[in-house]
Design a protein around this ligand. Sequence first.
Ligand SMILES: Nc1ncnc2c1ncn2[C@@H]1O[C@H](COP(=O)(O)OP(=O)(O)OP(=O)(O)O)[C@@H](O)[C@H]1O
Ligand SMILES: [Mg+2]
Length: 318
Amino acid sequence: MDILLTGSVAYDYLMTFPGHFKDQILPERLASISLSFLVDSMSRQRGGVAPNIAYNMALLGERPRLMATVGEDFEEYRAWLESKGVDTSLAEVMPGVFTASFFATTDRANAQIASFYPGAMAHAAEQSLKDVAQQPDLVVVSPNDPAAMTNFAAECRELDIPYLYDPSQQVLRLEGDELARDMNGAYFLFVNDYEFGLISKKTGLGLEQILERVNVLVVTRGEHGASIYVDGDERQVPVVPTEQIVDPTGVGDAFRGGFLTGWSRGWDWVTCGQMGALAATYVLEQNGTQNHAYTREEFVARFRQHFDDGGKLDALIE
Ligand SMILES: Nc1ncnc2c1ncn2[C@@H]1O[C@H](COP(=O)(O)OP(=O)(O)OP(=O)(O)O)[C@@H](O)[C@H]1O
Ligand SMILES: [Mg+2]
């Protein structure tokens, strides 16, 4: 399957605060809040939703295409993604701008305070699926410049390309009518349980009504696993236990990467979900969103400690 991923491409500047944010916030002084945290570590990581999903798919042997607008500082990132097996030919450099940058500080309780500078991503809506030479089998519409998300979803409907609508953190920005319009006709809708509640509230649509608008709804529920709603059924996917949780960033993207690899192989929904769950667990065990690595043999062996694939996953190794 030819899967084209659209969404943010960013460098992540990740910091850790060796205390608890909640101890530093004075509720009676919220109106004049002014906080500076002395952090004890910082790293720059490759991030952004589309390459995060792409990286996880590439680890599993897929060759997804990445479509995005990036800055002049992207070239080392491009070389690295290409070396892993991601096709970056549709990652277009915007002259004189930085790649989008995400600055996040995480505290001891994994609470996070973050800012996101769009940079080259602000140009994402200038790209068009109509300029893509070969029509993909699936387009993933992940968090991006809001106008680009709207465009890509509209172009998918117009060109009759199945798409996965992944509004994630942009649910906060998007209006109820935009969310309702762009989920309507999507092949997949992926959200976490909090975002599901927010979408429901913003659109006024309940579960049944959302299921009338999309073929497959996947709701991830953090440590409680995920639910896949398809063909009038609800299937549960438990989590794969972690050895240790180092950093939760990127767990949702990894889940999507694992899931889409299973889907691309034509596997059943539960197997797709289980692939997502294991891909997510690997991310939790490392700092950053693309610092984990495994061979496909290791992935399959760990998968089989928890799930029964009936031998299908042999195909990943061949
Ligand atoms: N504590 C955990 N232990 C094991 N697996 C987990 C844990 N948290 C999340 N996962 C796995 O990751 C999947 C996605 O998690 P979650 O619902 O938290 O995504 P998210 O809220 O979109 O995350 P993100 O912070 O990346 O946006 C879950 O369905 C589960 O399979
Ligand atoms: Mg998420």
